[in-house]
Ligand binder design. Structure first.
Ligand code: 6GU
Length: 253
């Protein structure tokens, strides 16, 4: 998979050199390139933003550097992937649709992703239109959740990690991708490791691992874990539980 990130803070993406993603990059599973948007400015101040038409607080990212950046990144990617290659363009922002695990799976099937990181109050809307209508790009505005960050860079870190760990060969034990929170629309069951009985320093309570997990009856363990997933989802994410019940009623699972 090829991933291009366009940002005014390339250093913000440095964590993508680390851990699982870094390893996937050195192993050639992911070709990730970070581009400084200011490379496509032509004034002395390398300005990328300006005041909003219609007034209001904050600044808006100017269209021209974005159009040039997208053209250059598309050229570069097509030189490598072929003239017909077309990336999915992901524009992170608080006004996007929520990013979810099903979307992570969908993006993991795409051979080429381009992320456009907005800062300030966002990118001039005509850049979105240009990408869709002139460049013909599948353009998706996505949000991490209902709160405001200063820019899209943290979202790119989160989305890239969620997507890249799903690529074949990135996570050592692929079974670990199946039984985790948000797979199957429920949260993960509680997990335990040795010792089976444990007392925290300074505590006088000995805490035991649930007996069912020590018994080796795998059908019973599976039933217990499913019940735990339901209980935990009901408590922490009742919104997910109603969707899960609807899909079960449909016979989807
Ligand atoms: Cl993707 N961007 C920004 N700036 N704020 C956010 C967000 C993204 N997701 C939630 N808040």
């Amino acid at each position: 998979m090829r991933i291009d990130v366009i940002t005014i803070f390339p250093d913000y993406l440095a964590p993508l050199d680390l851990s699982l993603i870094g390893k996937a990059r050195t192993r050639g599973l992911v070709d990730l390139r970070v581009h400084d948007l200011r490379a496509w400015t032509h004034d002395n101040h390398n300005s990328v933003d300006d005041a909003p038409f219609g007034g209001g607080a904050g600044m808006v990212m100017k269209p021209q550097p974005w159009a040039e950046a997208l053209a250059a990144v598309l050229d570069d990617g097509r030189a490598e992937l072929g003239a017909d290659a077309a990336p999915v363009l992901v524009i992170p922002g608080p006004s996007g649709a929520p990013f979810t695990q099903p979307q992570a799976h969908a993006l993991a099937e795409v051979p080429w992703l381009v992320f456009a990181c907005g800062r300030y109050e966002g990118i001039d809307e005509r850049v979105h239109e240009h990408a869709r209508e002139d460049l013909g790009l599948d353009t998706r505005v996505v949000s991490l959740g209902d709160y405001v960050l200063n820019g899209g860079e943290v979202a790119v870190l989160a989305i890239t990690e969620a997507v890249v760990r799903l690529l074949p060969g990135v996570v050592g034990n692929e079974a670990s991708l199946v039984e985790e929170s948000h797979e199957g629309g429920l949260l993960e069951y509680p997990v335990y490791t040795r010792p089976a009985r444990w007392t925290a320093p300074g505590s006088d309570v000995e805490r035991s691992v649930p007996d069912v997990l020590l018994g080796g009856n795998h059908a019973e363990i599976a039933r217990w874990r499913y019940a735990q997933r339901l209980a935990r989802t009901a408590e922490r994410r009742p919104d997910l539980l109603s969707a899960h019940e609807a899909s079960r009623a449909d016979g989807a699972r």
